[in-house]
Design a binder for this molecule. Sequence first.
Ligand SMILES: CSC[C@@H](O)[C@@H](O)C(=O)COP(=O)(O)O
Length: 356
Amino acid sequence: MLVILDQTRLPAEEVELVCTDVPVLVEAIRSLAVRGAPLLGIAGAYGVALAAARGFDVDEAAESLAHARPTAVNLGYGVRRAAAAYHAAAKAGADAQGAAAAALAEARALHREDAEASERMAAHGLALLDELLPAGGYRLLTHCNTGALVSGGGGTALAVAAAVHRVGQLRRLWVDETRPLLQGARLTAYEAGRAGMAYTLLTDNAAGSLFAAGEVDAVLIGADRIAADGSVANKVGSYPLAVLARYHHVPFVVVAPTSTVDLGTADGASIEIEQRPSHEVTDITVPYAPAAGAQAGTGIPVAPLGTQAYNPAFDVTPPELVTALVTEAGVVSPVTGDGIAELCARSRSGNGMMSI
Ligand SMILES: CSC[C@@H](O)[C@@H](O)C(=O)COP(=O)(O)O
């Protein structure tokens, strides 16, 4: 079985979700109980190992896991790696148990690689900020949740903020609440608080006034898919931050492992953006049972009944608005349109989908 921390219950409760079969894991992915690009890859790989160990059809399981959510390229990447290890072992003569063990070993390898990538991204990101910003402490703005909750290690953008904090340079972490599912308010604030970072929560639409007041030194975000041209798909609300950052001459830094780069997707327009249900916007969903006694998962309508909502889960930031892309293999500037493929080729966790 696969045991995951149910992120829909945070920050109120740390509840484990036990996945004994693939449909339960697929639902956990769709409901965002397990979420964030790198963790989706790891969960997908473990899901294939679970299917193999339980004697389910591995290809069928891989297919349903890979399509549970469309935008984060890491999900399909993790699934394909574990499935390929399973088939390679079977082809080499392993019995069902041996092939399942090979899938599990591959999932564990991916998990480890992601932890190592987190550490390297944090170091590269810290060095980059030291280069870009004047000394004296940084005020960093982040969106969605990109920390240890989404990774085998410390995460992506939030791992950089944590590194800044550890060297005593974090003046303030501005945390966007991240409507509609509140990954910033629920998860980043939870992680930042536990790490002892000085953080302040803001509504997404308050970011403009914060930039105007000169209170942001750099924006740090993660990514769900980076196209070959350097376009970055990330949590909806990232693109407006990039526009604001450019207007206010503030660096906009994307932190993501090379496994998030998809050289098979030519440009931003080719990235499939997940559309989520209306009710996530028309209702305020209580993710856990608060003191008021509301039931977990209860939606409180805030719009007239029958209202349709536009609810893309992600948006795309064009490369010309990205100051730098920090990966475990180094830092590139997508503005130049080159460097990404070379970085991916150097990295051990390069995405198997890439056509380099
Ligand atoms: C390291 S996480 C990068 C992204 O996956 C993150 O910013 C994000 O957009 C997550 O979206 P989610 O819909 O919560 O899975």
